[in-house]
Design a protein around this ligand. Structure first.
Ligand code: HBI
Length: 98
């Protein structure tokens, strides 16, 4: 799998609310906060189902009400369309919560 060019990645990011490029991890990055730890972990459980279905998985960490997410494609050694798609899924799930 091939990574997106810098130009294509920036164009994708322009359409992805809340996401940035993390140079150090060569990944799309977003930090989220939830009303509680339970809701943060519940969100992660929902995304895990979608990630398994797509066979594409986030790198993430949870501390209390905070979830940090990095999306990168190991097979491409960088950000690919699969990361853009998963970021879009995550944003859609978040939009559905409010
Ligand atoms: N998740 N983020 C990410 N990147 C991958 O390259 C990846 C994955 N999940 C599953 C997966 N690749 C598999 O297709 C391979 O590990 C076999």
């Amino acid at each position: 799998m091939t990574p997106l060019s810098t130009q294509a990645r920036d164009a994708a990011l322009a359409g992805l609310d809340g996401w940035a490029f993390d140079e150090a991890r060569n990944a799309l990055y977003r930090r989220l906060r939830f009303p509680s730890c339970t809701e943060a972990v519940g969100f992660m459980a929902g995304i895990a189902v979608a990630a398994d279905a797509a066979d594409h998985h986030p790198e993430w960490s949870n501390v209390h009400d905070r979830v940090d997410i990095w999306l990168t494609t190991h097979d491409a050694d960088g950000v690919s369309e699969r990361d853009v798609a998963l970021a879009g899924t995550i944003n859609a799930v978040l939009a559905g919560r409010s």
